[in-house]
Write a protein of this length. Structure first.
Ligand SMILES: [Cu+2]
Length: 194
């Protein structure tokens, strides 16, 4: 919970910073044209909503697939229900590695209230697959491509079979495998909704 609170506070500070930036640039015309007043920082945040129908029987990330540039920040927001955003990585419950080797795995922990959010800034190029802990079996997964579609996330789901040190890895559930948008579609459309 501590980790989650810290990230929510960090997210709040970012939002506050954007608001302050807008106010400063509106009231001080001299600042316009300055780097401080560019929209780059706000545009750098990509939002993914964590959705559910009323019964909780249908759950999904929206959008389910996105393409971003290295250094952009992804922000997951709870819209309905309780969710996590958790990278496919052995450090997260022995899940198989499906993010770039040099990337730091994330796990938001449970985000329980609408509006709760969690930010991750992705710099290493490659495919990043992630899941929602309580809803992975139901196929609640998402895919982010940063810069180029490379790395373990670009490989078949069973690529690690027979390799040393992977015997404990959990396979990606079948419903989740079917839910991922293809790399080709993300590269073509940039934003893929379910
Ligand atoms: Cu979920």
């Amino acid at each position: 919970m501590q980790t989650r609170r810290r990230f929510i506070e960090t997210g709040g500070a970012v939002l506050g910073g954007i608001l302050m930036q807008k106010i400063m640039c509106a009231v001080l015309p001299g600042l316009n044209g300055h780097d401080y007043c560019s929209t780059a920082s706000a545009a750098n945040i990509v939002t993914i909503r964590m959705r559910s129908d009323q019964t909780g029987g249908d759950v999904w990330f929206d959008p389910i697939g996105i393409y971003i540039e290295p250094g952009q920040t992804v922000r997951w927001f709870v819209a309905e229900n309780v969710h996590t955003t958790t990278a496919y990585h052995p450090r997260n419950g022995n899940h198989s590695l499906r993010i770039p080797e040099e990337a730091v795995p994330w796990n938001s922990g449970y985000l329980v209230n609408p509006g709760n959010h969690f930010d991750v800034t992705l710099t290493a190029p490659g495919v990043y697959d992630y899941y929602c802990m309580p809803h992975e079996e139901a196929g609640m997964v998402g895919r982010i491509i940063v810069g180029r579609p490379i790395g373990p996330g670009a490989l078949p789901f069973d690529y690690y079979k027979g390799k040393p040190g992977t015997a404990d890895w959990q396979p990606v559930p079948e419903a989740a495998q079917k839910a991922f948008p293809s790399i080709e579609r993300i590269m073509r459309e940039k934003i893929v909704r379910r």
